[in-house]
Design a protein around this ligand. Sequence first.
Ligand code: URA
Length: 278
Amino acid sequence: MATAPRSGTSADGTGRPVAHNAVSAAPPAHVPVQSDNGSARCLAEKPTAPPPREEAAVVVVPVATRQESDLFATPASESLIPKTGSKAEKLKHIELLVKKCEQCSLCRGRTQAVFGVGNPDADLMFVGEAPGREEDLQGEPFVGRAGQLLNKIIEEERSLGMKRADVRITNVVRCRPPENRQPSPEEVTVCRPYLLAEIEVVKPKIICALGTTAVRGLTGSTDPLSRIRGTFFLWKGFLVIPTFHPAYLLRNPEEKRKAWEDVKKIREKLASLRSGGG
Ligand code: URA
């Protein structure tokens, strides 16, 4: 397991200082693998390592049946989702809860909490780490320099060739950590129900986790990003593909080629899923 250092900068190169006591927030590692035919599957927990927490198991649900699955929502996230209304209305409701959330100390330093933006019915969702300075000021995720690169990834014709408004963009943590440090495990944990609720409402076909904090905060995987990036795996019935955080790519432009390869896989998988394939 890759445990974050107690000080210094984050291992995924987001440039954020690491929070004190930063360790994996969540459920245990799982092993994402690529099957021979390229379709995604997930080996659940290793048999010798029982999950240390109740929520820990990685539930493998075929994509085709995920709409029917009641395995996804934790009681905490389920209670955030109104029973009726359109996806947009449900997301608005969750956003209002996020905006007034005071469940951790990050609320004291924020200008505003930052909820997800984009298509409530998006096939593709990007999950980042936490708002930075610009996001905190503007109230929208990924609007700073990293956001500009993410926009390119989304919009350039040779990349995904989509519009920012077509996808969903969100974060594991909704309030800006002081000095842009990496969110602590506790902060990720208290914020996680909002993310789960947002995913449950949007039901994207693919979730692209941007950087280590996003992968860990979302799935609990403690596998090093270098091992799992560019690989699809199933998490609670959702296809997840980790890739580099755009802030990391800004600092390490030589890695952009690998990121483009990951993006190409997303593009191909989306096209295949949309045409009824796997
Ligand atoms: N980095 C993130 O992870 N999220 C944002 O919203 C902006 C920068």
